[in-house]
Design a binder for this molecule. Structure first.
Ligand SMILES: [Zn+2]
Ligand SMILES: [Zn+2]
Length: 126
């Protein structure tokens, strides 16, 4: 059995949690129409990115697999779900563990952005 076989997403679950999202996670326009698997294999909702199938998916699929873009999409999906109040299931936790390198980087990026923000607020108030 090929363990890398792509598992299809649970459509109802995704529809539920992305109902308040209008943005294509690639370009930000209000035109997404499919869910892309950010990384091969998993059907975790954390692996789903809403994209516009034509211009922002099929035509740029190679680009979407680049590390920095994978990280960007994982982060957008994670942040979207957290804002919506989503709580992780076992499948999601397994996904995070498997791809912890990405999630550790996302956390680091967020910390750095927070630090820079604080610095900026301080220097602005001087
Ligand atoms: Zn788009
Ligand atoms: Zn895809």
């Amino acid at each position: 059995m090929n363990i890398n076989i792509r598992k299809e997403f649970d459509r109802d679950l995704l529809a539920n949690w992305f109902i308040y999202n209008y943005k294509c996670f690639w370009c930000g326009k209000n035109h997404w129409d499919i869910f892309h698997h950010i990384l091969e294999g998993s059907d975790s909702i954390l692996n789903a990115a809403p994209l516009f199938n034509d211009d922002c998916h099929i035509q740029i699929h190679k680009q979407l697999r680049k590390k920095e873009n994978v990280k960007m999409l994982l982060r957008k999906t994670l942040e979207h779900l957290l804002v919506q109040g989503y709580s992780f299931n076992e499948n999601d936790i397994e996904f995070i563990k498997k791809h912890r390198v990405y999630y550790e980087e996302i956390l680091k990026d967020k910390e750095n952005e927070q630090k820079n923000k604080t610095k900026k607020i301080k220097s602005d108030s001087l």
